[in-house]
Write a protein that binds this ligand. Structure first.
Ligand code: NAD
Length: 554
């Protein structure tokens, strides 16, 4: 029998497989696109229908099947089954139809996918590190089959989107985020590692469900939890020293604590805090072009003082300070309303991360009252509580400003503080509106408004790619500020004329590429790069981007 030839693929992998093994390898499989010569060389004759098709013909055959699925969750499962069979075709389909596929592969569908994890689970993906692995996390990490991991997204499932504690079912989130790294910024799939740290779940219904596949016990807390996380992070440094570690959907306390502990020691960031901050800052910078009020003069009022809100506040402050304001002046621009009212000095119930934004002011109990008192230029909804930007609140905003900025960022759509239609209707079409989940364009009195989507996917894939290209040792606040300015600069006058403060999602690969160059530039300027500077950084970024093309195996 002829030995299977081996080839260096664009990545560090050789083809030793033949026949059914080759067809069952989702990275190497091309399905009906295997050529006659490949079918001969690899023992595929008879294992495939005879007609050889192009990748485009495969797409033309598969895409109608995706669209025919009745629900977004069905489409998600259908696409995952494609990824399980043929990674290249999966990414071709996703990249060529990115705007359509993003809501299928990430918010809002990914939340449902996590909730239904036990039902739609077919083939395991990613790495599960559990409380029972304490003391041998290195060994478990060594089981991952790819050596050159550069991007890790990790969750402990404590607070999945706005859905709460989903334990090990949270795995859908790192998988989804990494899919976006590849689709939006061309980070190679084999360089991506989704990780779920299963420390149990405090969701009793889930724990008791027969379809739950995680550890059915209460969450590990305190020192034991910290020890497991430290062991994991140190093991990552050993096995994948060039990897960037992105924290995702951790509970409030752990998210802030892990970020503070590790941000100056390893290459890490938290997207809920920093990615959200960057995309929102970009939105505010674009909105300033519509309202004529520059960021330095804006008063911002946040509804919700959690990871997203405080993250945005911190980055706005950093950005204003870089622009010449004192820190005290910059903080004075950011006001917060949490579930107990305005965050003011006299309150004794404030968590550490809120205290830095507690200002001298009499107590105020409602958002409406706060809007009337503070007359903010922008209200930013990051509360996870729907219908909180009531008509009263929106009308008050419109009374105080010609072009009030209304960002209803809570996800999924059902949690948005208000809908696009409500925002435009209550302000006579004057609101500069963007949301976290997509809303359709709204027509009001014959005018059509296109709401922007403050999607973190504008930011994190590009930041990650820039970090990878420079092999940066850290991910800094400056990088997120630069990413925000870069994104805002890509918003065209036409976008603004439609009321859209973000570029079209169809441009996201271009956006990610440009952000990656800017972020890598910061890494080089700040001496954080661990790789010599290429002569042409823009070209180096372009060269690093994965393209889902079939490579000849003969
Ligand atoms: P979090 O749990 O850390 O914070 C939520 C905060 O809102 C808490 O401080 C809570 O006390 C407060 N809150 C809840 N109900 C409230 C109410 N009725 N009035 C005032 N405050 C209230 O969550 P997070 O990570 O900050 O995320 C918050 C929301 O932002 C989520 O819905 C999430 O989907 C959304 N988000 C959107 C984007 C984006 O659009 N790009 C990014 C990240 C998070």
């Amino acid at each position: 029998m002829m030995a299977a030839p081996t080839y260096a693929l664009p990545y560090d992998r050789r083809v030793h497989k033949r026949g059914a093994d080759l067809l069952n390898d989702p990275v190497l499989n091309k399905g009906t696109a295997f050529t006659e010569a490949e079918r001969e060389a690899y023992g595929l004759q008879g294992l495939l229908p005879p007609r050889v098709t192009t990748q485009q013909e495969q797409l033309d055959r598969f895409l109608p099947g995706v669209r025919a699925r009745p629900t977004l969750l069905d489409r998600y499962a259908y696409l995952v089954s494609l990824a399980d069979r043929n990674v290249t075709l999966f990414y071709r389909l996703v990249i060529d139809n990115l705007e359509e596929m993003m809501p299928v592969l990430y918010t809002p569908t990914v939340g449902q996918a996590c909730e239904q994890f036990g039902h739609i689970f077919r083939r395991s993906r990613g790495l599960f590190i559990t409380a029972d692995h304490r003391g041998r996390v290195r060994e478990v990490l060594a089981n991952w089959p790819h050596a050159d991991v550069r991007m890790i997204v990790v969750t402990d499932g404590a607070r999945i989107l706005g859905l709460g504690d989903l334990g090990a079912n949270g795995m859908g989130i790192p998988i989804g985020k990494l899919t976006l790294y590849t689709a939006c910024a061309g980070v190679s799939p084999h360089q991506c590692l989704p990780v779920t740290i299963d420390v149990g779940t405090d969701n009793v219904a889930l724990r008791e469900s027969p379809t739950y596949m995680g550890l059915p016990r209460p969450r590990l807390q305190g020192e034991a939890y910290d020890a497991l996380m430290t062991e994991f992070i140190e093991a990552v440094q050993e096995r994948f020293p060039l990897a960037c570690l992105q924290f995702e959907d951790f509970g409030n306390h752990n998210a802030f604590h892990l970020l503070e502990t590790w941000r100056d020691r390893i290459c890490t960031f938290n997207d809920d805090i920093q990615g959200t901050a960057s995309v929102t800052l970009a939105g505010l910078l674009s909105a300033a072009r519509i309202t004529g009020v520059p960021l330095e003069q804006m008063r911002l009022l946040f509804l919700g003082a959690g990871e997203a809100g405080i993250g945005i506040g911190d980055l706005v402050v950093e950005s204003l300070v870089a622009g010449g304001l004192s820190e005290a002046e910059a903080r004075q621009r950011c006001w917060f309303v949490d579930s107990r009212g305005l965050v003011v000095r006299s309150r004794t119930d404030l968590a550490e991360h809120k205290r830095r934004f507690a200002h001298e002011h009499a107590p105020v109990s409602s958002l409406l009252e706060a809007v009337e008192e503070l007359r903010p230029h922008a209200i930013i909804g990051v509360s996870g509580t729907p219908n909180t930007f009531t008509p009263d609140v929106l009308q008050a905003m419109a009374r105080h400003h010609a072009r009030p900025i209304v960002l209803a960022l809570s996800n999924p759509t059902s949690k948005a503080e208000c809908t696009a239609e409500q925002a435009y209707a209550a302000t006579g079409g004057r609101a500069v509106f963007a949301s976290g989940s997509p809303f359709d364009p709204v027509t009001l009195d014959g005018r059509t408004f296109v709401p922007g989507q403050g999607n973190n996917a504008y930011i994190f894939p590009g930041v990650g790619l820039g970090v990878i290209v420079a092999e940066s040792a850290r991910v800094t606040e400056e990088m997120f500020a630069v990413a925000a300015r870069t994104l805002a600069a890509m918003v065209s006058e036409e976008d603004l004329a439609m009321g859209r403060i973000y570029p079209s999602l169809s441009r996201i690969r271009e956006v990610s590429r440009v952000i990656a160059v800017a972020v890598a530039e910061v890494a080089y300027t700040r001496g954080l790069a661990r790789r010599p500077r290429p002569d042409d950084l823009a070209q180096a970024v372009l060269d690093a981007m994965y393209e889902p093309e079939y490579h000849s195996l003969v």
